[in-house]
Write a protein that binds this ligand. Structure first.
Ligand code: MN
Length: 259
């Protein structure tokens, strides 16, 4: 039996068939999970805690996908109108839905792989901070929003040795794509930055083994390995590591935590 991987969708209201807020998932995420040996299932748009708890209880992993910007007041006390105007926000229910998914998945020590927006939202969920507008709040020499070249490695990251990310990639550097407007500022307590761009922007995080050793498999990345996995083996190995952790958790996974 292949592990079941919950996939958080984007939300779109488009066309004749979907005038209501409807889910949309880039095929590359689903195909990357399938190639790595998992069964991906896209979730509906709902932040109902009971529905989310039941979905997580029946699954073996959670994949958080990319998307639009995160509501800044989720991690900042106040935001100027000018700063807010730089944002293109996602559907508000998507924020609350994914925050609930993150909390429930971590509570059950279920493997979590968080990509781009997901990488940022996990940091918010655990009490970290974001750059709301990376170009104005942290100007640097690296171009982080290169949508036209989203299927290419456009900048490198330097990887911390002795990390899951380094073991999966198999080296100290990786070429990545970069299509983000926001970014992690201060990693949340319990998280460790394991890869940074040359300007210092956090491009991947894991649990800090010194403070959070028993929270289950977790990797977050600011880039989009699902777009590079078909051509670059190191990116495919991130999905393989995630799905392997999902599979490993199937027989002995904690099914009824006490809290
Ligand atoms: Mn980047």
């Amino acid at each position: 039996m292949r592990p079941l991987v919950l996939v958080s969708p984007s939300i779109a209201a488009a066309g004749v068939e979907m005038p209501d807020p409807s889910i949309s998932v880039a095929g590359a995420y689903l195909e990357s999970v399938i190639r790595a040996g998992g069964v991906p299932v896209a979730l509906p748009l709902s932040d109902d805690p009971a529905l989310i708890a039941d979905a997580v209880a029946q699954a073996h992993g959670l994949l958080l996908t990319g998307g639009e910007d995160i509501e800044p007041t989720l991690h900042r006390a106040s935001v100027s109108d000018a700063l807010r105007a730089t944002c293109f926000l996602d559907h508000p229910t998507r924020d609350s839905m994914e925050l609930a998914l993150i909390r429930e998945a971590f509570r059950r020590q279920m493997p979590v792989f968080a990509i781009c927006r997901g990488h940022q939202l996990v940091n918010v969920a655990l009490g970290g901070s974001l750059y709301v507008d990376l170009p104005s709040e942290r100007p640097g020499e690296v171009q982080h929003n290169q949508v036209a070249r989203r299927f290419e490695a456009v900048h490198r990251v330097r990887i911390e040795p002795d990390s899951t990310f380094a073991r999966l990639v198999g080296g100290a550097e990786l070429g990545i794509n970069s299509t983000h407007h926001q970014a992690v500022n201060q990693p949340a307590p319990g998280l460790r930055a394991v890869a940074r761009a040359d300007d210092g922007v956090v491009e991947a995080m894991e649990w800090d083994a010194t403070t959070a050793a028993s929270n289950g498999w977790f990797l977050s990345v600011q880039f989009h390995p699902e777009r590079l996995a078909p051509t670059l083996a190191a990116h495919a190995r991130l999905f393989e590591g995630f799905v392997a952790a999902c599979r490993a958790g199937m027989p002995g996974r904690i099914s009824s935590p006490t809290s």
